[in-house]
Design a protein around this ligand. Structure first.
Ligand code: BGC
Length: 755
């Protein structure tokens, strides 16, 4: 289709409900080169482009030589990649291959896990981490990553919460977008996954079904995916689960109507690994052949290692069950991604050149800097941190402090523990600068089932001025297939922390983990708690940078921390109830056996400064739905050291035709404040983004009051109200309705602020 015709089709789509014309918008725009190539391909070669076999799975050199493989996954060593390329050179058409890999938070050098990066509340952290991960991947020959994960995760029992951006749609969307941009800057294609609703699995059990009302799906779960599509993600991956009764891999509504017709996605759709055969296991197709046809017709262009497209698609086309035009369209979408990446003209990767890029000092420096941006200081009673000049001896306790694997996190691509700076090493090196002594005792191993090392740990702690305990979840407690029924600290870690606290020495707990932990009352036992997630290769240096106060702890929680596992799912943006929870009133929304509310709310995190919020001024008390909401607030740092504040703006629609959440994050940003400095900041949000979806997909901003909250976390106080005079609605098929757009924070020029 010519671009002019395509543009006309898109415009028609914007104006009309889903029609045949809309379907035209889903046709790929292709060059003459690709049209010509398609014309020379056999049906088997075309089907080959739609097959992505895995190394160690269905991959074979023979299939590549026969032109029956379009992409491969899980090859990461440059030498192996060259071997596959050599096989491809022996094929008839030599169509370049995509090399896909889960480069989720680093290729060789490990950056923090995506959930941790969301804690930075600074999408540029994810953009830069993705860029460096992309630079290393590309040097090795990996030209496609299976990231970003934009699955909104609202139940921390689900192990894959670590791979995404947490519980908030705005934050998740911004981070998904940033990852697409970072990898693109490095020249690596990206894959948005797992479309859609994987994070809503029942009970947080991996692979379980998800059942979500359409309005909630559009309000919360779809926006992060949409953000990545708008950012130009290349591929979209289906998920393993069924959503509202339909396996996503066979959902035409998701893969074609929403993705292509409503959102205008122009890349290609790949199944999750083996998800096409699993359509049969869902009970949605009788046979493999039927699963093939249903998935293909739904809009899944490529089969990841399932082998069913390779087995059945050519025959489905030959018997007329699938039109050849549809096969051609899927092939062209795959080829177009390869062309956009420049693969038709790219030189093969050079393993020698790769060696000089992998783990280079520039990448490691970035990993250190970005990791410390993600740490969340949960508690710091009595200013135990940063380490003060009176501290001459530090006891580091916990086996994970001296471990090279745990801080890497899971999904480590080509990462190697040899590169890791352990937490113990990082602390030792930094302490050495000031001749502070460091002793170490493991106490117990990561699972902490055995307390036989506790006495030695307590003796070590008793001699120190400060005890740093490294505790939390070992890395394989989170990730795929790692749901947990109990979110408490593993094994006997609580007992160890209690014993150490009983020495009377100040205790700072450095937590590792891939999800919110239900710390419960143990949090009272130690004055300082620092959540470091899995910091990656440079863990030790990054942790030391924060513990010693060389850098400010900048992270804020992208997920609510419950007191007890039984409280989950628990998110900051729940709906009001007629009987809000109160600990002293029985017939309210609460549990009998735990205090009401979270242990730490969404957005929570301390700095080393002392920031006070002045009066919030609402500059637009009656904005039209097409205007922007604008508020200013003055911040003052009363401490004698510099700090950075993460200002957050939340909104609530208190009376609406659908019950609206207590509050929703609409804008945030960071402000640097020198010692004693005051600064005014402006927060502004498109009023249109204060609306919500009706069940039929209509977007509506209802006239009336909206409450505005400004502060440092989701419990921010009410700052005032605005009134939107007139209702605005947008139809579900108008693409403007769901555009991903966020509010902003601007620090006003200092001449308008007070020093
Ligand atoms: C996961 C995907 C991943 C794929 C390839 C699947 O099991 O669900 O997230 O990209 O494997 O490694």
């Amino acid at each position: 289709m010519s671009s002019a015709f395509r543009l006309a089709a898109v415009l028609a789509c914007l104006a009309l409900p889903a029609t045949a014309l809309c379907a035209a918008a889903a046709e790929p725009v292709v060059s003459e080169r690709l049209r010509d190539l398609l014309g020379r391909m056999t049906i088997e070669e075309k089907v080959g482009q739609l097959d992505m076999p895995a190394r160690g799975g269905r991959y074979s050199d023979e299939a590549v030589e026969a032109g029956r493989t379009g992409a491969v996954l899980n090859f990461f060593a440059p030498e192996d990649i060259r071997r596959v390329l050599a096989a491809n050179d022996r094929s008839r058409l030599k169509i370049p291959l995509l090399f896909g890999l889960d480069v989720i938070h680093g290729y060789r050098t490990q950056f923090p896990m995506p959930l941790a990066e969301a804690a930075s509340f600074d999408p540029s952290v994810a953009e830069r981490a993705a860029y460096w991960a992309g630079v290393e991947s590309k040097a090795a020959g990996v030209n496609l990553t299976f990231t970003p994960v934009a699955d909104l995760a609202r139940d921390p029992r689900w192990g894959r919460i670590v791979e995404g951006g947490g519980e908030d749609p705005l934050l998740s969307g911004l981070f998904a977008k940033a990852r697409v941009e970072g990898f693109r800057r490095a020249g690596v294609a990206t894959t948005l996954k797992h479309f859609a609703g994987y994070g809503a699995v029942e009970g947080g059990r991996d692979y379980a079904p998800a059942d979500v009302s359409l309005a909630t799906l559009r309000d919360r779960y779809l926006p992060p995916y949409r953000a990545a599509v708008e950012a130009g993600v290349d591929l979209v991956m289906t998920s393993y689960v069924s959503l509202n009764g339909v396996p996503t891999t066979a959902s035409r509504w998701l893969m074609t109507e929403v993705l292509r017709h409503e959102w205008g996605f122009e890349g290609y759709v790949v199944s999750d690994m083996n998800a096409i055969p699993e359509v049969v296991l869902h009970g949605y197709a009788e046979t493999d052949r039927e699963a093939t046809q249903r998935s293909f017709e739904a809009g899944v262009d490529q089969d990841m290692d399932g082998g069913l497209y390779a087995a059945h698609l050519a025959d489905l086309v030959r018997t007329g069950a699938v039109p050849e035009h549809d096969l051609d369209r899927a092939v062209l979408r795959v080829l177009a991604v390869k062309e956009r990446l420049g693969l038709f003209d790219a030189p093969p990767p050079d393993p020698d050149a790769a060696r000089s890029v992998l783990g280079a000092s520039e990448v490691r420096d970035a990993a250190r800097e970005l990791a410390r941006e993600t740490f969340v200081l949960l508690k710091n009673d009595g200013g135990v941190l940063p380490v003060g000049p009176a501290t001459r001896r530090i006891a580091v306790i916990g086996a994970m402090a001296d471990d090279r694997v745990e801080p890497m996190g899971n999904n480590v691509a080509a990462g190697t523990p040899d590169d890791t700076v352990t937490i113990l090493d990082g602390i030792r090196q930094r302490a050495g600068v000031e001749a502070v002594e460091v002793d170490f005792a493991p106490g117990c191993d990561a699972d902490c089932a055995d307390d036989s090392g506790f006495d030695a740990a307590v003796r070590t702690a008793a001699r120190a001025d400060l005890v740093v305990v490294v505790a939390g979840e070992p890395r394989d407690y989170s990730g795929e297939g790692s749901s947990r029924a109990d979110l408490a600290l593993p094994g006997r870690q609580r007992d160890l922390i209690r014993r150490l606290a009983a020495t009377g020495r100040p205790v700072a707990v450095v937590l590792l983990g891939g999800r919110p932990l239900a710390l419960g009352d143990i949090v009272a036992a130690a004055p300082a708690w620092l959540m470091t997630w899995y910091p990656g290769t440079m863990a030790g240096h990054a942790v030391a940078d924060i513990l010693f106060g060389d850098e400010e702890p900048g992270g804020r929680l992208p997920v609510t921390f419950p007191r007890a596992t039984g409280q989950v799912p628990m998110t900051y943006d729940g709906l009001p109830t007629p009987r809000p929870g109160r600990d002293d009133v029985r017939y309210t929304t609460r549990y009998l056996d735990t205090a009401h509310g979270p242990l730490f709310p969404f957005g929570w995190g301390l700095g080393y400064g002392d920031v006070h919020y002045g009066e919030v001024r609402i500059l637009t008390p009656r904005p039209a739905a097409t205007d922007r909401l604008r508020v200013t607030v003055r911040l003052t740092n009363r401490a004698d050291r510099s700090t950075r504040e993460t200002v957050q703006l939340y909104v609530r629609d208190p009376v609406a035709s659908r019950v609206r959440p207590f509050r929703e994050l609409k804008a945030f940003g960071k402000v640097a404040l020198g010692p004693g400095e005051s600064r005014d900041v402006l927060l502004d949000v498109p009023v249109e983004k204060l609306g919500f979806h009706l069940e039929d997909g209509t977007w509506i901003v209802e006239a009336g009051r909206f409450q505005i909250f400004v502060g440092r976390d989701a419990s921010a106080p009410l700052a005032g109200e605005i009134v939107v005079p007139e209702t605005l609605t947008r139809s579900p098929t108008g693409r403007a309705a769901d555009r991903f757009e966020t509010g902003h924070l601007t620090a006003l020029p200092t001449d308008q602020s007070q020093k």
